[in-house]
Structures are given as C-alpha cells and as structure tokens.
Design a protein around this ligand. Structure first.
Ligand SMILES: Cc1ncc(COP(=O)(O)O)c(C=O)c1O
Length: 372
C-alpha cells in the first residue's frame, strides 16, 4: 500500500464537474483580476467566520506582510512564536520591525503566554500569535496583554480555518479575534485552493479600507495612490475553486476529525508516543495530526520504506535559522521548541484518506514500537 501525506486529486475527481464548470466560467467571462468570484468568495468567507469584512489576497504570506505594514510594526519589536512557519516572522522583517521570539507550550505547540509577557519591553509594538496545527493559541490572554501594554495584534490563522476558542466566555473562530486576522489557502490547508491564495479579515471599517487599498498599490481610485502598497490580489480562478470548496468545508472538517479519532484510538496506548491534546477552551480542526517520539528519525525512515507520506513541521526553530543569525540567539535559548522540533512528525491527514490507509499507517507504527 502507498499512503500519500496529502493529495488534492481524490477531491478533484469526486467533484470534477463542479470544479471544471467553476474554472470554465471564469475563462468564459475573462474577469481574471478581482472578478465576480473574488467578491462572492469574500462574502461567503466573511459570513462563515462571522466577521464584517474579508479581503482576498495572493497568499497567506502576503496577508501577513500587508498586515504587518498596516499595523505599523516598522521600527519596533514584535513578538512571535519561535516554532512556526517562517512567514509568521519574516513578515515582521519585511515591514521593518524586529522579530522577538517566544517559546511554546510543550503540549499544544502554541505560544507560551508567560514567556510572551516576560519579553514585552518598551520597544514592543506588536504580537503575531499563531494557531498551529490543530488548535488556537490562548487569545484571551494575548488580547489582555495587548490591551495592558498597548500592542497591535496580527493573528496568524494561516493553518486555522474552522478552529474555535473561548474568549471571555464566547466561542470565536481563530483569526477573528485580533484587529486583523489572516488565512492561507495553500493547497494542503483545511480550506485549500489549487494554487496560492490568502485572506485578511477585520471588523474595523478603517482597516478594511486600508487592506483593500494596500492590495492594489495603495490606491482606491486607479492611478491615484494614497499609500505605497502592493500587488496582491486573490486570483479569480482560485476564488472560483474556493467557492466550490467552502460549501463542503464543515463536512471536510468532520472527516479530518474522524481520522484523528481513529489515530487517537490506535496510538494512545503506546507510551513511547505522544498524541495531540486539545485544551478545554478550544475546538480543534485537524489541519495537521502530529505525534512526538524520541525515535522520530527512525520512524521517518520506516515510513519511507513502507511508502507512507509524512512531514516534519518544523525541523529547525526560527531562532536557529541562518537568516536570523543577526538577532543573536543561540541553541538552548528555547528549550521547548528545540525539543519538539527533534521529536515531532506529522501523519497523513486529508478528508479523502480511507480507514484502511489510517489502519495501515497505525499498523506500521505499532510494529515499529513493538519490534523496532
Ligand atoms: C503558520 C503559517 N503562517 C503563514 C503561512 C503562509 O501562507 P502561504 O503559504 O499561503 O503564503 C503558512 C502556510 O504556509 C503557515 O502555516
């Protein structure tokens, strides 16, 4: 058997007619730049998330860069977890700020709020919290700290479509709590396009107008520029694909949950393996199902031999990346993130995975644990 880590082709084959029709309509209309489907998808996304405004952009990375620029990170220190995808920190640099890294919680992999508070200084301008893999960061605490210290917050919900968290007793979708939240529709994501795509959301009209202007060179009227902005628009073909996919997103999320429960059932009995834990105040969406074990690299080798796809998110924490050497961090500065990055491995996870495939992955893990 061969189990892919992720594939889009099964979903495409299932709903081929709908996808083909959606793409072909764009080609017939020819409204490639900010066409009808972009506006319609933005409305559907805003409605789903319960926010006033949603603006489609070219990628999650661009959404972070535009957000960092708009929130004014320039010249300040901005706190972000040391264990996340590169873009959560590079956006700060792109906007002229200095990333200050924060360690993570060992069980959720999300930003550790006590380390976060300790790192706030008079130079701190903002926070980029990240909702990693399957559940949101502690947004209630983050927003309290932001208010106390007067900090801007840019919520990196690139991985977090559909995740929810309790803030002051009310359930909120991840990405809708801070003044600006961003999502990625990179193909592997829970709501994935068939190419690069991203979204920015806000409830603030002024920020909304700025975001819309920033994605088209800082202009609200063609050839008249209020800001030095960007060219970062959600592609109309991608918006058409996302419109097809958002209709069934809750069903897709349930299928991921079903696979996660299956993995949990099969893997929780092995002491050597740590399975994901969900906090009470969070509702998970299994974008990624990661386990941890000391013999991670040996298991990865076994997966290769047995034709099982896997991914290591993330093998090197950000403070040890070459491009951030100028920040002066050293090995040992972030013990939790360093340990997690050596032990973590993500198993195949996408809605169209079959029960047999999950069983096969678990059989291989069971044999590895029991017989080496
Ligand atoms: C946490 C996080 N932030 C940002 C991004 C960047 O998104 P994109 O790949 O759409 O540029 C990703 C995903 O790739 C991500 O996982």
């Amino acid at each position: 058997m061969k189990v892919p880590f992720y594939t889009s082709t099964r979903e495409y084959e299932l709903y081929k007619e709908e996808f083909d029709a959606a793409i072909s309509e764009v080609l017939h209309r020819g409204d490639f730049i900010l066409g009808k489907d972009v506006l319609e998808f933005e409305h559907l996304a805003a409605e789903y998330l319960g926010v006033r405004y949603a603006v489609g952009v070219a990628s999650g990375t661009d959404a972070l860069v535009l957000g960092s620029d708009i929130l004014g990170f320039k010249g300040g220190e901005v706190l972000t977890p040391v264990f996340t995808f590169f873009a959560s920190a590079s956006c700060i640099v792109r906007a002229g700020g200095k990333p200050v890294f924060v360690d993570i919680e060992p069980d959720t992999f999300n930003i550790d709020c006590s380390d976060l508070e300790q790192k706030i200084t008079s130079k701190t301008k903002g926070i980029v919290p990240v909702h990693l893999f399957l559940q949101p960061a502690n947004m209630e605490r983050i927003m309290q700290l932001a208010q106390t210290y007067n900090l801007a917050v840019l919520e990196d919900a690139a991985e977090a479509w559909g995740m929810k968290t309790l803030v002051n007793g009310i359930w909120h979708y991840a990405g809708t709590i801070a003044p600006i939240g961003i999502y990625s529709f990179f193909p592997t994501k829970t709501l994935g396009a068939y190419g690069d795509a991203g979204l920015m959301v806000t409830n603030d009209e002024e920020l909304y107008n700025k975001i819309k202007s920033y994605r088209v060179h800082g202009s609200s009227q063609k050839y008249f520029h209020d800001y030095v902005g960007y060219n970062s628009r959600l592609d109309t073909v991608q918006a058409a694909i996302l419109k097809v996919k958002i209709k069934r997103i809750d069903e897709a999320i349930q299928k991921r949950l079903h696979h996660a429960r299956h993995y949990n059932e099969r893997l929780s009995k092995f002491e050597e393996i740590t399975i994901p834990k969900i906090k009470e105040n969070n509702q998970a969406v299994y974008y990624v199902y990661s386990i941890m074990l000391d013999r991670r690299d040996d298991l990865a080798k076994r997966f290769q031999e047995k034709n099982i796809g896997y991914s290591i998110y993330y093998p090197l924490p950000l403070h040890l990346q070459k491009c951030f050497a100028y920040l002066g961090y050293k090995e040992g500065n972030f013990p939790v993130a360093e340990r997690v990055s050596k032990r973590i491995i993500a198993l195949p996870m996408f809605p169209e995975l079959t029960e047999n495939e999950v069983d096969y992955v678990c059989d291989v893990i069971e044999d590895f644990v029991k017989h080496g």
